[in-house]
Design a protein around this ligand. Sequence first.
Ligand SMILES: [Zn+2]
Length: 246
Amino acid sequence: MKSRAARRRGDEGQHLSHTAVGEEDRIVLIEWLNAAIGSNSYLRVSRLIHSILSATAVGDAALRDRAFVHVGTREELLEKTQRRLEIDKLLQPIDVAVKRYVFHPRLMFLMSGRRRWWLDLTGDPVAGDYKLTRADGRRIYEGDAVFGVLRLASYGFLERVRQCLTCQKWIYAHPSHKKYCDLACQLKYFASTPRQKEKRAEYMRRYRVDQKQRTERAQRLASRESRAANSPPAPVRDSSRALRQS
Ligand SMILES: [Zn+2]
């Protein structure tokens, strides 16, 4: 049995690689996806992401419904078999897509942080490869993007890779419920939902009624003032004369 210190070191190591890998991939993959939109490379990688996410969702639901536990009536067992077949069907395109890529191990020397070595895999070029050159000069190919997808999937972070609901730009959701690339897209999306549209229409209705009432009030006031200006002046009582006569 491992000592407590060894267990702790192991946990920390796991945690470190988990975080470092997750952060690096989330930046590089998102940059690549947004730059590659419209290319064949992009189609292949985005299709792979969707395939993995669909299989995850269906697999999660099957696990929740205990589809892998061979207990139940004949009908229930038949249904469970159907669901397992459905998952197999979803896994096939992932296997086929991944076989297209060939990776080679590369051990990199790290010049900062506590770790000195970083194990990476570099991908062979593929036909119609989309190459992104980052600001630091590093080049990212389709194989690198795919490796990022696989790594994020294996760490359970791929669900965070999604498209902004308004502008379709790719984002890494942090926090995990994030759905928009920025505040402007969030406001735009809410303004376009039926509830918000109805609210806006109601506001405009009230605004127009209010404006009409204001105009009518102003017109009434104006006509009252003009009537007052055109009528003869009222007689003024001469109180001084009245005082002199008494
Ligand atoms: Zn957006």
